[in-house]
Design a protein around this ligand. Structure first.
Ligand code: SAH
Ligand code: SF4
Length: 357
């Protein structure tokens, strides 16, 4: 007879609580003969009462409190550093993950709203030519719990006073290239017994992965979609956003249009303005024509500098002139207020810059 323990006796590491949907947690509890409503109680303790230690969960049976470590792991990644911008409106957090990888996320407060900008990958494989994350290449995908943990870290930082925050997947990585983990995290954040974040408060930004845009349209969620257009001809977009060679403009716009029709939501067209590259009057006219094709709004992002890249941000007058040319021609236009660039927290600046504790 072998002296090895049977597999069921081999201790296994419990999965992270923050990566479990309530249904999945209920399944794990059921394996131990526990009723599904315990999963709801746990969600309430963790996501509403912000308790991360089983001992204090007083309405759970003592045995469950003791055994919870075998069901799920309540520990969160360590926050390595928090940097605040001069006006304190932007914070950049660096979290250290189990394998030592570092993930960056950013919170932004304006007079009107609090927004959490989440990363979906460490690095990014798509290598857009103006983006710091792209320069890193792809290190790895984030797991659902590593995405949810970013929300918790930023909520903790802000004391959860403002329950009505928005989240945008505009940090490191291409969310639709890590589709399943991103959707799982969204389902967890969306759960009415958890953080109860409405789908309309969540925006997924993509550089243009056409099949995944079509898939997202079928999820039955009213998620906001932002498409990073940045160029209005295939020749230029091939250079700026290389994934355009795989999925050129015509197909991308068709997918974005179908997304808008299917979900009833206006699609955001993101357009990073780069001096002398895509900021001319013809660009504005073509951009307006694209925007009129679908229910949309245009969000202009003045380019944020990335060390090692030689692109330049147009001056304020050039940005204003571009926007002014769009206004009468396009359905809706906003210029994104640059936030946090002095702490390397602005769009496209996440990639290990200024992250030392
Ligand atoms: N990968 C996703 C989301 C992350 S980037 C995407 O590409 O959509 C969020 C937005 O910032 C995108 O529109 C991206 O193209 C833009 N961006 C990247 N680098 C930038 C830079 N240096 N200045 C301004 N915007 C930038
Ligand atoms: Fe990746 Fe988005 Fe940066 Fe492009 S802009 S390299 S898709 S993170």
């Amino acid at each position: 007879m072998s002296s090895l323990p049977s597999p069921s006796f081999v201790p296994h590491e419990a999965p992270s609580f923050y990566g479990l949907t309530r249904a999945r947690l209920a399944e794990r509890l059921a394996e131990r003969g526990l009723p599904a409503y315990r999963a709801g109680q746990l969600f309430s303790w963790v996501y509403h009462k912000r308790l991360r230690d089983a001992e204090g969960m007083t309405d759970l049976p003592r045995a469950l409190r003791r055994d919870l470590v075998r069901v799920c792991d309540l520990r969160l990644p360590r926050t390595l550093s928090v940097r605040a911008s001069r006006q304190q409106e932007t914070h950049k957090l660096v979290l250290e993950l189990e394998d030592g990888a570092r993930v960056e996320c950013v919170s932004m407060r304006t007079a009107r709203r609090l927004t959490f900008c989440l990363s979906s990958q460490i690095g990014c494989a798509l290598r857009c030519s103006f983006c710091a994350t792209g320069l890193m290449g792809l290190k790895r995908n984030l797991r659902p719990e590593e995405i949810v943990a970013q929300v918790i870290a930023m909520g903790d930082l802000h004391g959860w006073q403002d329950e009505r925050f928005n989240i945008v997947f505009m940090g490191m990585g291409e969310p639709l290239a890590n589709y399943h983990a991103v959707l799982e995290a969204i389902r967890i954040l969306h759960d009415p017994q958890g953080l109860n974040l409405g789908a309309r408060r969540i925006t997924v930004s993509t550089s243009g992965l056409v099949p995944q845009i079509a898939q997202l349209a079928e999820e039955g969620l009213q998620l906001g979609l932002a498409v990073s257009l940045h160029a209005t001809t295939d020749a230029l977009r091939d250079q700026l956003v290389p994934v355009n060679r795989r999925w050129p403009l015509a197909g991308l716009l068709a997918a974005a249009k179908a997304y808008g029709q299917r979900t009833g939501r206006r699609v955001t067209i993101e357009y990073t303005l780069i001096a002398g590259v895509n900021d001319g009057p013809d660009d504005a006219d073509r951009l307006a024509a694209f925007a009129r094709e679908l229910p949309s709004k245009i969000n202009l992002i003045p380019y944020n500098p990335v060390p090692g890249l030689s692109w330049r941000r147009p001056g304020p007058d050039a940005v204003e002139a571009f926007a002014a040319r769009l206004y009468p021609r396009a359905p809706a236009v906003t210029v994104r207020q640059t936030m946090g660039d002095e702490i390397w927290a602005a769009c496209g600046q996440l990639g290990g810059l200024g992250t030392e504790p």
